[in-house]
Design a protein around this ligand. Structure first.
Ligand code: SAM
Length: 280
């Protein structure tokens, strides 16, 4: 294990810079540097990688990533109040940390990073989910990243790794497992954070596959799956009516029973259906 850095403890950093957690930004900070180093280790060997970190806050995970040997870290943080604390980390790791004060949903980080790139983040869950879907659904594959190591509330993490037939199975499971290997690597109780959130959390690690498991157009698959699970209790022939006027024929052509519900349909069958729908 790499040595923890010589910067002040995170609680002191938060006091010095007056970083009172803001609910509107989903701020629940990790203050235990042993824990942030453990999360950073889940991202794999970082020594030859640039790491994109989204939402560094006071920099607990950032310090973990750098202490674990990341070649470079690019951190995008929306809250301007965190900039002085992050600047102190930059000084401790000269040339290794670049910080952008901005909204990760709007900033394009690619000009700031060199491949291979890994992504690590502890984000508010709604921003995390939106970014995860974007990272999984570019038109071309493989993507800019090799792996994603992301903190989510436990329920969202379970949706990412869920299998057909389970309540948690849906769009996130299909998009994640279509183009990546996804697994939960760590569970965290609310007390790991300051302030503690109401829910349990989990870290999910996704390794990008070199090729999607089954052929499909990302936009079509995403649309078909979102529509199917929007009314998950209905039979597919009725929940997917808006997708195609002859949806019943297309379901049959994809090997799916029109009377089935979305949650029993495999990833392979959804990809077959997306190909049928894309025929126009
Ligand atoms: N990574 C830090 C840690 O683990 O202690 C902070 C985690 S806190 C749950 C989420 C962080 O994401 C906050 O610092 C918050 O300001 C930041 N954030 C929220 N929305 C964001 C956005 N759209 N773009 C960039 N950062 C965002």
């Amino acid at each position: 294990m790499a040595a923890i850095d010589t910067l002040p403890p995170l609680r002191e950093v938060i006091d010095t810079h007056g970083l009172l957690a803001k609910k509107s930004l989903g701020q629940n900070f990790l203050l235990d540097l042993n824990l942030t180093a453990k999360i950073a280790r889940q991202a794999g060997d970082l020594s030859a990688c640039d790491v994109l970190e989204v939402g560094p806050g006071p920099g607990g995970l950032t310090r973990g990533l750098l202490a674990e040997g990341a070649r470079r870290v690019l951190a995008i943080e929306k809250d301007e109040r965190c900039m002085p604390a992050l600047a102190e980390i930059s000084e401790a790791y000269p040339g290794q940390l670049e910080v952008i004060n901005g909204d990760a949903l709007e900033v394009n980080p690619l000009g700031h990073l060199s491949k291979p790139i890994r992504v690590a983040a502890n984000l508010p869950y709604n921003v995390g989910t939106e970014l995860l879907v974007r990272w999984l659904t570019p038109k071309e594959w493989p993507p800019f990243w090799e792996s994603l190591t992301l903190m989510f509330q436990r329920e969202v993490a379970e949706r990412i790794v869920a299998k057909p037939g389970s309540k948690a199975y849906g769009r996130l499971a299909i998009l994640s497992q279509w183009r990546a290997d996804a697994r939960i690597v760590l569970h965290l109780p609310p007390e790991a954070f300051s302030p503690p959130p109401k829910v349990h959390s989990a870290v999910v690690h996704l390794d990008a596959l070199t090729e999607p498991r089954f052929e499909a157009d990302a936009g079509t698959l995403s649309r078909v799956v979102a529509t199917a699970f929007n009314q998950r209790r209905k039979m597919l022939r009725s929940s997917l009516k808006s997708v195609s006027p002859d949806i019943e024929d297309r379901l049959v052509a994809a090997g799916i029973k029109p009377t089935d519900r979305a949650e029993v349909v495999s990833l392979e069958a959804f990809c077959a259906l997306a190909r049928e729908v894309a025929k126009g």
